[in-house]
Design a protein around this ligand. Structure first.
Ligand code: HEC
Length: 188
């Protein structure tokens, strides 16, 4: 006899989800991906400490990082890494230009440079330091089947299922067929 528990159905639905649904989280986040790089390599000379600041350049504030400069293009031109002096400096071949300066003995890794470039290409959005962001309940995801969820957890479970709609549809068709074949009344 064919026995399908709701838990099995859920597991099957997740297994059938297109993998794209899981990568929605790979967006660059300032606090997680960018701040640590700038903090370690740039803020010592381009951060909040005005006494240590070099070239009068702050890279810890959006408004100042995008501000016009006297002798060079703005450090950051949102959406345009190729026009951003920051990108030119972190990729410079000339040891006089490279940032962080050679004397710091710090060197950005290739993937850190790529992250900075992609972040600028994608708008260079800054976030306040995480300790200043009040904790917030995420909103409940929108789900189509309003009758199904019984508690908040159900909403979070159901939302990604919708993104795999096609897969879910195929699965349900299969389950219906199995039910018709076995004469089970599982979906009640
Ligand atoms: C040890 C101090 C120090 C560190 C660390 C440092 N810089 Fe600099 N930066 C300088 C100095 C000094 C200048 C001015 C001389 C020059 O233009 O090379 C400068 C100039 C710049 C300029 C050009 C500003 C202008 O308008 O001419 C940019 C852009 C820049 N830095 C970006 C960065 C970035 C991005 C990092 C981190 C990856 C970084 N810097 C790390 C000292 C530092």
């Amino acid at each position: 006899m064919l026995r399908l528990s709701p838990l099995f159905l859920l597991a099957a639905v997740f297994a059938a989800l297109p993998t794209g649904a899981a990568t929605a989280n790979s967006r660059i986040e300032f606090n997680r991906d960018i701040r640590p790089i700038l903090s370690e390599n740039c803020f010592p000379c381009h951060g909040a400490d005005s006494a240590a600041r070099k070239a009068g350049l702050r890279l810890d504030r959006f408004e100042e990082a995008i501000a016009p400069r006297k002798d060079s293009p703005p450090a950051i031109v949102p959406g345009k890494p190729e026009a951003s002096e920051l990108v030119r400096r972190i990729t410079a071949a000339d040891p006089d230009d490279i940032m962080p300066p050679a004397k710091t003995h710090k060197v950005l890794r290739a993937e850190q440079k790529e992250l900075l470039k992609s972040w600028i290409a994608a708008s260079a959005r800054f976030e306040p330091h995480w300790s200043l962001i009040p904790p917030k309940r995420p909103e409940l995801p929108k789900v189509q089947n309003q009758r199904w969820p019984r508690n908040p957890v159900d909403y979070f479970v159901l939302a990604p299922m919708r993104r795999g709609e096609q897969a879910v549809h195929h699965l349900l068709v299969g389950v219906r067929r199995a039910i018709a074949y076995e004469g089970l009344d599982l979906l009640r």
